[in-house]
Design a protein around this ligand. Structure first.
Ligand code: DAH
Length: 358
């Protein structure tokens, strides 16, 4: 079988080298590499070889196939360029040369996730606000009711920008929540906005952390806004994003800028989205729930910060109320695309990006 393989390969290579037209090349390709070729038939006979010979024969067949394929390619290019040089080059331009294939660009999966989230909230009448990536301490922390030295600051390991001004240092924003203050500084209630954007924390990259990540913040302020408005909104959002059978649940939590605060879970995309919680589901560790965001009712102290900045009482916490929420875009994209390592989003491997686009 080894002898037959090498004579087959030699005759294929010789015939290809002397082929005169691309039609001839195509019929050689079919007869040597096609489904009904002798090479394929030889491969089927692999079973009759003794076990220790099988891998060697498999490798030899692969090798022969590779050689034939690359000779075919070479000869095809030779024929194309000689055909062009004989009759088709006009004014030094070869109009017969195959063009370069320009792959169309694709939106990055994080961008398309942000767009999906935006679309859902735009339908609910929300506006979109954006703010600076370089923030100051007051917007990022103090005005959001994180007093200096409060332990809640430790949860957000921060990049400060030198020179560090002791009273209000500049930093890379650790969340999109500072936009709550910026939006209230320039908009009067009632309003509903979302804020997509890039956020930063001094975390070492691993499967679930990255020093750069993305969030979408939400803020609604009006008179008589209640927790049930928040629940209804997030429940609608989860059903639109994940599917009509998905539910959310609220777990009590703490954020300095909301009171009461909650962490919000959605039914597990892997098991309970199918209607049946699996005790050995690796995605939700058998709980049936996955955390997707933090939320709560705007803390009166945050309204007071807005009043201080504006110098009026438009956001008097006795008159207005509101809810806020913040979600991690990477987390949502990982859940919707079934990705288990966040680093994939930032490594720019085009195979990963193309896989998600299809
Ligand atoms: N800013 C919080 C974080 O990055 C997320 C968050 C929680 C935003 C609750 C909110 C909220 O608006 O109400 O951890």
């Amino acid at each position: 079988m080894f002898d037959r393989l090498s004579s087959l390969s030699e005759s294929a290579l010789a015939k290809i080298s002397s082929a005169k037209t691309s039609e001839e090349l195509e019929s050689l390709r079919i007869s040597y590499l096609g489904k009904k070729s002798e090479l394929k038939a030889l491969l089927k006979k692999l079973g009759v070889l003794p076990a220790e010979e099988k891998p060697r024969f498999g490798a030899a067949v692969n090798d022969a196939v590779k050689k034939i394929e690359s000779r075919l390619l070479m000869r095809r290019q030779e024929l194309l360029s000689s055909a062009a040089s004989v009759k088709k080059i006009i004014g030094g331009v070869d109009y017969t040369r195959p063009g370069f294939i320009q792959k169309p660009g694709l939106p990055h999966p994080l961008i398309s996730t942000i767009e999906k989230i935006q679309k859902i909230f735009l339908r609910l009448g929300y506006g979109i606000a954006e703010g600076p990536d370089i923030e100051d301490d007051q917007h990022n922390f103090s005005d959001l009711n994180f007093p200096t030295d409060h332990p809640a600051r430790d949860a957000q390991d921060t990049f400060f920008i030198e020179p560090i001004h002791a009273d209000n240092p500049l930093l890379l924003r650790t969340h999109t929540s500072p936009l709550q203050i910026r939006v209230m500084s320039c908009l009067n209630p009632p309003f509903a906005v979302i804020v997509p954007g890039r956020t930063y924390r001094s975390d070492a990259p691993d499967a679930t952390h990255s020093p750069i990540f993305h969030q979408v913040e939400g803020l609604v302020v009006d008179e008589n806004i209640t927790m049930s408005d928040l629940k209804g909104t997030l429940s609608f959002f989860a059903k639109e994003l994940f599917g009509p059978d998905f539910k959310i649940r609220f777990r009590p939590s703490f954020f300095p800028f909301t009171e009461p605060s909650a962490e919000v879970d959605v039914s597990c995309v892997s098991c309970s989205g199918k209607g049946k919680i699996s005790s050995d589901c690796r995605v939700c560790k058998g709980t049936g729930w996955l955390e997707i965001l933090g939320a709560g009712m705007v803390d009166p102290n945050v309204f007071e910060s807005a009043c201080r900045r504006r110098g009026d009482r438009v956001y008097d916490p006795e008159k207005v109320s509101g809810f806020a929420f913040g979600m991690g875009v990477e987390r949502i994209a990982m859940l919707t695309h079934n990705i288990d390592d966040m680093r994939n989003f930032f490594e720019n491997d085009s195979r990963f990006l193309e896989m998600l686009a299809s």
